[in-house]
Design a protein around this ligand. Sequence first.
Ligand code: ADP
Length: 174
Amino acid sequence: MTIGVCPGSFDPVTNGHRDVIARAAGLFDTLIVVAVTNPNKPGRFGLTERLALLEEACADITADAQAHGRHLEFASAGGLLADFCRDVGAAALVKGLRSGADFEYERSFAAMNSHLAGVDTLFLAASPAYSYLSSSLVFEVSKLGGDVSEFVPPNVLAALRERHGADRRREDAG
Ligand code: ADP
């Protein structure tokens, strides 16, 4: 049984992430999608909420994997990703690449994870429709009142609206 691990901040999960997860799910018997906290990225949603949004947003992909005799699982990891990979016996990590900048960022992590856990990293090219899409872009646009409904799953859209509505009410009150 081959196990893949697809890590990310998913802060929040976008349709670009969903696309990579759906494609990666077809490559392994079990794909574990892992929400992690990146100390270099601003935390927008807490880890528990990010994981809940991610799992709910991928319910259709989970069902589709199951229908094809595969498994999609969700987890969060607080420590080293390399340790997580070793613990679950991962055959490979899977990451989406939108640009050369993504590759430059990811290549050192790939080398380190290979060194620490002997795990290879597979890169999936972002689908053209999502190659400019990031969680930070979606969050900023939504914060300023822009319509991001084409770019995120419905549950994330609702969470963003709630978050920014609450922020605006706080600002108005202050
Ligand atoms: P972000 O860079 O949006 O904060 P994450 O840290 O959650 O995203 O990224 C998790 C993984 O998903 C990374 O490998 C990242 O390159 C990839 N990814 C993010 N957005 C997209 C997208 N629109 N298309 C393909 N891959 C993506």
